[in-house]
Every structure is written in structure tokens, then in C-alpha cells.
Ligand binder design. Structure first.
Ligand code: UDP
Length: 249
């Protein structure tokens, strides 16, 4: 195990999984196959020695931006969105536990009967003990996103990198769905991503990553095995970092 751990590219990773990625479509809010697949891919990397923390989104259930349409105040909508992330966090915890993985869910909004409150030092201890830590309820504050929560928690637990799983294999110069000729970045600086308003993460999350010098890997979920590959440092998505590089393919 120690030899393997010595060869790991990243010791501690913060993985951001959107709610949408878990979404079940006709199967309901959570797709059973996706849930199981994500859990087994995380398990594989964790067993090979990567310390894995996960921030889950809630977009498959509720997003704050729909509050207006429902005549719900913005902040209440955001509270609903943060509670939605807890449903996903608990589902992922169970899926991991079904595979024998030790986990903890830590919530940014206190709900003692369901999850531990988020305490930075305690989160680090869990990771050191090899537990997969799932952070729910975003940052605990309205007006933020789970992307920002991912960078914030990533910085707090001193992760080597934040990995954002998406439907496409990295960051493109324009939307590849509408522009099949769009080129993909392999490397990108934070400044470039911010100035060009590229679809990496929202600007709050990006600015925080830049300030904390915390790189972000954007990679695709579409191929089975990609989460494990990314966590083991073997994925070729887009790496966004402080380096002044900009490489397109
Ligand atoms: N949210 C929030 N503060 C946070 C994180 C999330 O208010 O720190 C709310 C916000 O309304 C958001 C919803 O929770 O729309 C779900 O999170 P997000 O949209 O980031 O989930 P994802 O798109 O990753 O599934």
C-alpha cells in the first residue's frame, strides 16, 4: 500500500459532483446505477490510498434560481437548494457504505440527528483515517453555489486539487454542444478562465481558487472509470491553475 501511495499524483482530492450528474430522469431524483457507479469509482481510488472528500450539488432536486417563479424569496430558495444537497449526500453515503467504505457526512447547516456539523479540523482527521468525507449543505450560506463550496472546503482541508466532474471532457473555447469545432483547453490559467468567462465554475469559486492557488481539474463523467482515473491523477481533462499557460487541442 505505501509504495502505491508514494506514487500517487494527488494525496488529497476534493471531488465536486453535481446533483445533475446523479439525477435519475424517469427513474426519479437519483439514478440508482449512477449512484452505484460513482460510489464504486470513489471506493477504488480510496482503496488505492487517495484521501477523498466530496461536495455534492443539489441541482437534480432544487436550485435556488427557481425560487422566483414559485414566488419564494431568494434566500429561502437557496436554503431549499442546500437541503437538496443533503439528500444527495446521504444517498452517496449509503451507496459507499453498501460497498464497505467508511464515510462521514458533514453538513454546513447543523442537523445533528442526520449528520455531523462541519468542523474543519474534524474533517481533516476523518480524511487522515481513510474515511471518505461528504460535505453537504454547500457553504451553509445563500447566494453561493456548490462549486464555491467545493473550492472553499478544498482550501480548508488543504486538498491538492479540486476536481469538477462534468458532461464534457474539460473546458472548451465555446459550447461544444452547439459548436462541434470548439477546441478544448488542456491547460488554462485562472486569469484566462475569468477574463474569457469560460465555463469552468462561477466567478466566486474561480476567484477563490486563484487566491488560494488551488488548481481545478475539469473532467468528463461520461466514461465509466473516469472518476477513479481522475482521482488517481490519470485523467486528461482541463487543468486550471495559476501557471500562465494556455494550451488548446
Ligand atoms: N446553494 C446555496 N449556497 C451554497 C451552495 C448551494 O445557497 O453554498 C443553493 C443554491 O440555491 C443552489 C442549490 O443550493 O442552486 C443547489 O446547488 P448547485 O446549484 O450548486 O448544485 P449543482 O448545480 O452542482 O447540482
Amino acid at each position: 500500500m505505501s509504495d502505491q501511495m508514494g506514487s500517487l499524483k494527488y494525496k488529497r482530492v476534493l471531488l465536486k459532483l453535481s446533483g445533475e450528474a446523479l439525477g435519475g430522469g424517469e427513474k426519479g431524483i437519483i439514478h440508482p446505477d449512477r449512484l452505484e457507479r460513482f460510489a464504486s469509482e470513489i471506493k477504488e481510488a480510496a482503496e488505492r490510498g487517495v484521501e477523498v472528500a466530496v461536495v455534492v450539488g443539489g441541482g437534480n432536486i432544487f436550485r435556488g434560481r427557481t425560487a422566483d417563479e414559485l414566488k419564494i424569496p431568494k434566500e429561502t430558495g437557496d436554503h431549499m437548494g442546500m437541503l437538496a444537497t443533503m439528500l444527495n449526500a446521504l444517498a452517496l453515503q449509503s451507496a459507499l457504505e453498501n460497498l464497505g467504505v467508511k464515510t462521514r457526512v458533514m453538513s454546513a447547516i447543523e442537523m445533528h440527528r442526520i449528520a455531523e456539523p462541519y468542523i474543519q479540523r474534524r474533517a481533516e482527521r476523518h480524511l487522515e483515517k481513510g474515511r471518505v468525507v461528504i460535505f453537504g449543505a454547500g457553504t451553509g450560506n445563500p447566494h453561493f453555489t456548490t462549486d464555491t463550496a467545493a473550492v472553499l472546503r478544498g482550501a480548508e482541508i488543504k486538498a491538492d486539487i479540486v476536481m469538477k466532474a462534468t458532461n464534457v471532457n474539460g473546458v472548451f473555447e465555446k459550447d461544444p454542444k452547439h459548436h462541434p469545432d470548439a477546441r478544448r483547453f488542456t491547460r488554462l490559467s485562472f486569469d484566462e478562465a475569468i477574463n474569457r468567462q469560460l465555463n469552468v465554475m462561477d466567478s466566486t469559486a474561480l476567484a477563490l481558487s486563484r487566491d488560494r492557488k488551488l488548481p481545478i481539474l475539469v473532467f468528463s463523467l461520461s466514461e465509466p472509470g473516469n472518476i477513479t482515473k481522475a482521482l488517481l491523477g490519470e485523467d486528461d481533462g482541463t487543468l486550471v491553475s495559476c501557471d500562465e499557460v494556455c494550451l488548446l487541442v
